[in-house]
Design a protein around this ligand. Structure first.
Ligand SMILES: [Zn+2]
Length: 202
């Protein structure tokens, strides 16, 4: 059993074979009540302001990517995991918790441009589902974080670990991001094959 969120992220990173991404650029924090508590990693002054926007979610742990030494100017504070997901059973992981953690890890890979370093070779299939989701999300507002590359990386990591179940897992990983598609699936107006990269148009 893993009792803290940093442990969950490290465990999921190891399982999906991307152990080096929680590096010197990342830090972990905890929101409890109206308090932001820095936990470990690198500390960034901007954190307080951004994390305060997440207080409404209740008691959560998160991590952020400090961009001081990176090309990206976007500051990323990821909602990590709600305390309801702790403790985390690494032998029989909660599916939503695992996929939320993987979703955040895919952001770290994309924002730090680590695909080459991690030998991630995106296939046409990954690019296609990335494209489909990006186009869908940009129908309303430009969504810079959930871009084509991010979704392609997420899909790649899922396919590698769950080759038989990747469409379902991607649905879970994006269920909070594409809330409209999720609601269509729940109402049976859409099904999980929406997330099957092999059925996305190239
Ligand atoms: Zn996200």
């Amino acid at each position: 059993m893993i009792e803290n969120v940093e442990g969950v992220f490290r465990c999921v990173a190891e399982k999906f074979n991307v152990p080096d991404i929680l590096n010197v650029n990342t830090g972990f924090y905890k929101i409890s009540g109206s308090e932001i508590q820095f936990v470990s990693g690198i500390r960034n002054e901007e954190l307080d302001t951004i994390a305060k926007g997440q207080i409404k979610f209740g008691e959560v742990f998160g991590f952020y990517l400090d961009n001081t030494h990176l090309e990206t100017t976007e500051f990323n504070a990821g909602i990590g995991l709600h305390v309801k997901f702790l403790p985390f059973n690494d032998e029989d992981p909660d599916e939503l918790a695992e996929m939320i953690a993987l979703h955040e890890l895919a952001h770290l890979i994309e924002q730090q441009k680590l695909t080459n370093q991690l030998n991630i070779e995106l296939e046409e299939c990954d690019q296609a589902i990335g494209n489909k989701v990006e186009i869908h999300l940009n129908n309303w507002n430009p969504d810079l974080g959930h871009n084509q590359e991010f979704v392609a990386i997420l899909n790649y990591l899922i396919r590698r670990e769950y080759p038989m179940d990747y469409a379902h897992k991607l649905r879970v990983a994006l269920s909070l991001t594409l809330a409209d598609i999720e609601s269509d699936i729940v109402n049976e107006e859409e099904d999980e094959s929406y997330y099957d990269c092999r059925r996305a148009n190239f």
